[in-house]
Design a protein around this ligand. Structure first.
Ligand SMILES: Nc1ncnc2c1ncn2[C@@H]1O[C@H](COP(=O)(O)OP(=O)(O)OP(=O)(O)O)[C@@H](O)[C@H]1O
Length: 792
């Protein structure tokens, strides 16, 4: 068995109770000298004070005393119990010691407070009632053993009140310093009523004798001890036991022999009582003195030995001091208040009494039996509760099934609605993805065409354009016209197949990179469909164009074929249809970015063609000709005209009123800009190791990638500014096929004519050519493929 538990300091609690003044005291003429001022303070007045006595005026013996709690004649038994003792019960059950003792002169109400009456039970009964009630509340988990003993100390002898036949008993102290009464009767019971019967029986055995001060004066110190052992109901090999003890002591009253008027045996009793109370007073004085380490002599009396733990050891202690309010008991009351005031300074060290019990193996069988009994008890309890709740359980189970079915039904509906919603979202997202892919493919196709145009046509025309000036002679213009026809025939919309596109992207790694990055996973089916749809058009277009334009005299080639005029007309019409389709496709391709990209080139073409007709057009060119974005259909119109002219058909369209507009740039400025532009393009060509021409001179190197990507505004202006004053790039952009420089015949005499240093001087009379050439930009989009008379 081991003892364990943490300890903590505890202040001794002191309460003061002032009983009502008795009839006897009133008859004696006593006055009230003790008054309760507040819940803790009591004032004691000196009845000997004479307000008329001048000599004692400043020697008042009125004094106030402060306690933990103070009661006067209005306090009930319950109030005293609640304020002093009730809080100790919980500690006793959980293994702490506690002591409640009543202190005071004889006849002041100690026995009344502790034992009480049948109508007004005292602390004994109330404490035991609450203790057993608390045990009952926790008995399902914990197991308790309660034992009680009741003794008196009379003339310094210990007597068992429950069994007075045992004689006088001795006090023993065990190895741990715990004071025990050897051979005392301990009654084990948890029945409060039974205990009350025992108390009444034992109190009858208590020595009581009538005195002058009290008719039922207790001539002994009565000690009621209640021991509580607590252990868990769950059995184990190592069991923890908590043991608490509660002392409730009704001390004998201190008395003065003069007051009690005792003689003989009563005087001898009084002497013993006073001796023990004196020893108690000395212990209280010693324990309350914080500054000195005085020896605490508990051995002076059996009372102090018995209260050793209660005063200075392991106990929560409450002292209830009693006084009489009568002026006749002034001295006894003053002494009691003085002692009680000192007791407030006493501190005790409280710790829980834990006993760890290790059972021997021989006791296992009994432990097992206890466990089996516990199991059986719990089973019975469960069955009892289960039987009561069986019907209710069935009803609840039915309700649960019904609720589950409803929940599943609702969740099924919700899931279906959610699935439908998700399906719609999925379909719309898929549709968006398809649209985006389609757009990407169109953009890719457009980018490829733009790249092809840029790669093939842009840099190669520069020398030829540079030679075209308004001052060129008629012959050169005719040559240019025929070349332009040839060019237009060759510059039909480049409907490149996939293989062509790959070849072009191979030639331009940057373009291929852009292509790869822009369309990561292009659907091959759509590409194939696009190619297969346009391939026949391209083939027919190329074949027919080659047939028509392979020879300068294509009409003769056609005349060699034994065809009728109608058939020839149909063939030509079909050819034109093909070319118009190609033009439409090119127009679509150049719709947004392509138009933006080709704007400078188209503008240049407009200017170049204007420059061709500038000689016979006296009207000054407006600024609109330069600022207006040129239509991409200009090339198609020119191609169509060239086709028509090559087949001998006269053009059916009429030149618009503004078809001869030219740019506002002066000729000299245009020349200088043209030179710069030429140098720039030559440098670019040289950088790319072009096989077309070798041109010496400095040129600006431009990155090729801007042709495919978004073009910044600065780049746009760079292209447009030289275009307005430079007609050459426009013609150059009319087709894919490069215009051989050797075919442009420039008479040296006219190229350096007066007033115009530009070698691109347009002859004065190229009316037919210039009108056809300048007609394109003035036509709307629809007119580029359809003539006003409805013919192509
Ligand atoms: N608070 C009280 N209210 C009413 N009556 C009281 C009160 N206190 C004491 N009495 C009465 O005073 C008388 C004396 O009380 P009690 O016997 O309890 O004194 P005591 O201190 O025990 O005396 P002793 O030391 O001689 O035993 C009793 O008749 C008791 O009923």
């Amino acid at each position: 068995m081991k003892d364990s538990g943490d300890s903590k300091d505890q202040q001794l609690m002191v309460a003061l109770r002032v009983r009502p003044i008795s009839v006897a005291e009133l008859e004696e003429g006593a006055t009230l000298i003790a008054h309760k001022v507040d819940e803790q303070m009591v004032v004691l007045m000196d009845p000997m004070e004479d307000p008329d006595d001048i000599l004692r005026a400043h020697r008042s013996r009125e004094k106030s005393y402060l306690f933990d709690v103070a009661f006067d004649f209005t306090a009930t038994q319950e109030m005293v119990y609640q304020a002093t003792t009730k809080s100790l019960i919980k500690g006793v059950i959980s293994g702490y010691n506690a002591t409640v003792f009543a202190y005071g002169p004889t006849g002041c109400g100690k026995t009344y407070t502790m034992l009480g009456t049948d109508r007004e039970p005292g602390i004994y009964v109330r404490t035991l009632d609450d203790l057993f009630r608390a045990i009952e509340e926790t008995s399902s988990d914990m197991e308790y053993e309660v034992s009680m003993s009741y003794l008196e100390i009379y003339n310094e002898m210990i007597r068992d009140l429950l069994n007075p036949a045992l004689g006088y008993l001795e006090l023993r102290e065990d190895a741990k310093g715990v004071i025990q009464v050897a051979g005392i009767t301990e009654v084990s019971t948890i029945n409060a009523k039974e205990i009350m019967q025992l108390l009444v029986k034992g109190n009858r055995q208590r020595t009581q004798e009538p005195t002058a001060a009290n008719r039922t004066s207790s001539r002994s110190h009565a000690v009621l001890q209640v021991a509580v052992r607590q252990r868990s109901r769950v059995k184990s090999i190592l069991q923890e036991v908590r043991q608490g003890r509660l002392f409730m002591i009704d001390l004998a009253g201190s008395e003065r022999a003069s007051q009690t008027q005792n003689r003989g045996q009563r005087m001898k009793e009084g002497a013993h009582i006073n001796r023990s109370l004196l020893a108690l007073g000395n212990c209280i004085n010693a324990l309350s003195d914080k500054t000195s380490n005085k020896y605490i002599n508990y051995r002076d009396s059996k009372l102090t030995r018995l209260l050793k733990d209660s005063l200075g050891g392991n106990s929560r202690t409450v002292m209830i001091a009693h006084i009489s309010p009568a002026s006749s008991a002034f001295e006894e009351s003053r002494n009691t208040l003085t002692y009680a005031g000192r007791a407030k300074n006493i501190k005790t060290r409280v710790k829980q009494n834990l006993l760890s019990v290790s059972y021997h193996i021989a006791q296992y069988t009994s432990i097992i039996a206890d466990l089996r009994g516990e199991i059986q008890r719990l089973k019975c309890k469960i069955d009892e509760q289960g039987g009561r709740g069986q019907a209710r359980g069935r009803l609840e189970r039915g309700d649960i099934r019904h609720i589950q079915a409803e929940v599943q039904q609702h969740s099924g509906r919700d899931e279906q609605a959610d699935m439908g919603h998700l399906r719609e979202q999925l379909v719309s997202a898929f549709q968006e993805q398809v649209d985006v892919r389609r757009c990407l493919l169109e953009l890719e196709n457009l980018a490829m065409e733009v790249q092809i145009d840029t790669e093939s046509s842009l840099p190669k025309i520069t020398p030829a354009v540079a030679t075209l000036t308004p001052e060129s002679d008629q012959e050169s213009v005719k040559t240019l016209s025929s070349e332009a026809q040839h060019l237009q025939n060759s510059l039909l919309p480049p409907l490149s197949t996939e293989s062509e596109a790959k070849r072009m992207f191979k030639a331009s790694p940057r373009a291929w990179q852009v292509k790869s990055s822009s369309v990561p996973t292009p659907p091959p089916i759509q590409i194939g469909s696009l190619v297969t749809q346009e391939a026949p058009t391209q083939d027919s277009l190329v074949s027919l164009s080659s047939r028509i334009t392979s020879s300068p005299d294509s009409s003769e080639n056609l005349s060699e074929v034994p065809l009728s005029h109608k058939e020839r007309k149909e063939i030509l019409t079909g050819t034109k249809c093909i070319s118009v389709k190609a033009a439409r496709r090119r127009t679509r391709a150049l719709g947004t970015e392509g138009r933006h990209l080709l704007a400078p080139a188209a503008e240049r073409s407009s200017l170049s063609l204007h420059s061709l007709s500038e000689a016979d057009d006296s009207r000054a060119p407006g600024p609109l000709a330069c600022k207006r974005p040129p239509s991409p259909t200009l090339q198609h119109a020119a191609s169509e005209d060239n086709l028509s002219s090559s087949t001998g058909e006269a053009p059916s369209r009429v030149v618009g009123p503004r078809g001869d507009g030219a740019g506002p740039w002066p000729r000299g400025q245009r020349k200088s800009l043209g030179k710069k532009r030429e140098e720039s393009l030559e440098a670019k060509r040289r950088k790319r190791r072009s096989r077309s021409f070798e041109v010496t001179g400095q040129g600006l190197t431009r990155p090729k990638t801007h042709l495919l990507g978004p073009r910044p505004m600065e780049s746009i202006s760079d292209h447009r500014m030289p275009v307005c004053g430079h007609p050459a790039p426009g013609i150059r952009h009319l087709g894919k096929v490069t215009l051989p420089l050797a075919k442009v015949k420039l008479p040296p005499s006219r190229s350096a004519g007066p007033g115009d240093s530009s070698p691109l001087a347009v002859p004065s009379n190229p009316a037919g050519v210039s009108r056809r050439a300048t007609r394109g930009p003035r036509l709307p989009h629809g007119a580029s493929t359809h003539g006003k008379d409805g013919r192509f």
